[in-house]
Design a binder for this molecule. Structure first.
Ligand SMILES: *Cc1c(COP(=O)(O)O)cnc(C)c1O
Length: 360
């Protein structure tokens, strides 16, 4: 068996230990004679799996009791609609546009109400996070929306916007569980798990209880009402059972490895290796304003498209997969999520040094 260093932005690398455990339990989950894939979501065994997953997540993020945890389906992209359908009581919300995902979320919300663009970094190809200390937030806005870590452009909010008392809604798909976060500062936190936590097909929503109600926009499907899932502990219908099980194993792996404070330290060390090299390289350069750099997604370029393509091809041949930048940006991007070992980043930097030596 040979595993590559996988720098994919998502679906992405998972802890090898977790994959091994899932493999060991594939045919016979803890003596029950069947796979987690084959068991009823109403069974006692599965009930323990989903409850433990929720509790471990609560422990990791220290989620306050007045927040619900929901395991949903439909991709993070479905939540672009679910959020306005459930929260736009005044049919007006503010969006901060820091990349493609925020843009898509805003475009979707426009179908349901007025979307005010509070700030944007489109003027410099989303290479920074705009100043959000004094935004034009009005009393009638239902919420303020951010994409906290911009997977494609590699920026991250290091400081949350001043929402002037309005509910903060955050898409944290690509930074979820990469570091501790203060859940109480948000109304809704959501993540597609395929970036940092598990297999595609599951979304996790952490929502303050007072935001869950029957007062939703007309024609909101039952399946898209937060209340439906909150009332039924994510078991209204068949949940993404196997995905939730893998997320649960990842939560246990995170706890075993010191929780989110330890993970943050590890992620900072890893990112520093790559950014330090980029800052002194004469061939490669990072594309993001330094103070806004993501710990998870690191875009870089050589300023020569042919050389970029050559680098991606040679890296692939050397066992470094998925380094090509997003189709909308070009260049390269190394996604170095929780499960990417430090050795993977060190090996990548060693390879980049060699490439620089050979191509300068
Ligand atoms: C990947 C991603 C999405 C879209 O996720 P899907 O599950 O494919 O819909 C949304 N937001 C962010 C920040 C992402 O990284």
């Amino acid at each position: 068996m040979k595993r590559v260093y996988n720098f994919s932005a998502g679906p992405a690398v998972l802890p090898e230990e977790v994959l091994q455990q899932a493999a060991d339990e594939m045919l016979d989950y803890q003596g029950c004679g069947m796979s987690v894939m084959e068991m009823s979501h109403r069974s006692k065994v599965y009930d323990t799996i989903i409850k433990e997953a929720e509790q471990d997540l609560r422990d990791l993020l220290q989620i306050p009791d007045n927040y619900k945890v929901l395991f949903l389906q439909g991709g993070a992209s479905l939540l672009f609609a679910t959020i306005p359908m459930n929260l736009m009581k005044n049919r007006k919300a503010g969006y901060i546009i820091t990349g493609q995902w925020a843009k898509k979320a805003a475009a979707e919300a426009k179908m349901y109400g007025e979307v005010v663009e509070l700030a944007s970094s489109a003027d410099e190809t989303f290479s920074y996070i705009p100043d959000c200390s004094d935004l034009d937030i009005t009393e009638d806005m239902d919420y303020v929306y951010i994409c906290e870590n911009n997977t494609i452009y590699g920026t991250k909010f290091k400081k949350l916007p001043n929402t002037k008392g309005k509910t903060l809604v955050a898409d944290v798909s690509s930074c979820f569980l990469s570091e501790p976060m203060d859940v109480s500062k948000y109304g809704v936190i959501y993540a597609g798990v395929q970036k940092n936590v598990g297999p595609a097909g599951t979304q996790i929503v952490i929502i303050r209880e007072d935001l869950i109600s029957d007062d939703v926009l007309p024609y909101t499907p039952t399946m898209m009402r937060f209340k439906t899932h909150a009332e039924n502990d994510s078991l209204y219908n068949t949940p993404p059972c196997y995905g939730i099980y893998i997320c649960g194993l990842v939560f246990k792996w995170l706890k075993k490895n010191g929780g989110l404070t330890a993970m943050q330290k590890r992620n900072e060390e890893k990112a520093k290796i790559l950014y330090d090299y980029l800052d002194q390289s004469e061939l490669f350069r990072g594309t993001v304003r330094k103070e806004d750099r993501s710990l998870m997604n690191v875009p870089f370029v050589t300023d020569n498209q042919e050389l970029d393509a050559k680098f991606v091809a040679e890296a692939k041949a050397a066992g470094f997969e998925n380094l090509k930048g997003h189709r909308s940006v070009g260049g390269m991007r190394a996604s170095i999520y929780n499960a990417m070992p430090k050795e993977g980043v060190e090996a990548l930097v060693a390879f980049m040094k060699k490439f620089e030596e050979e191509n300068k």
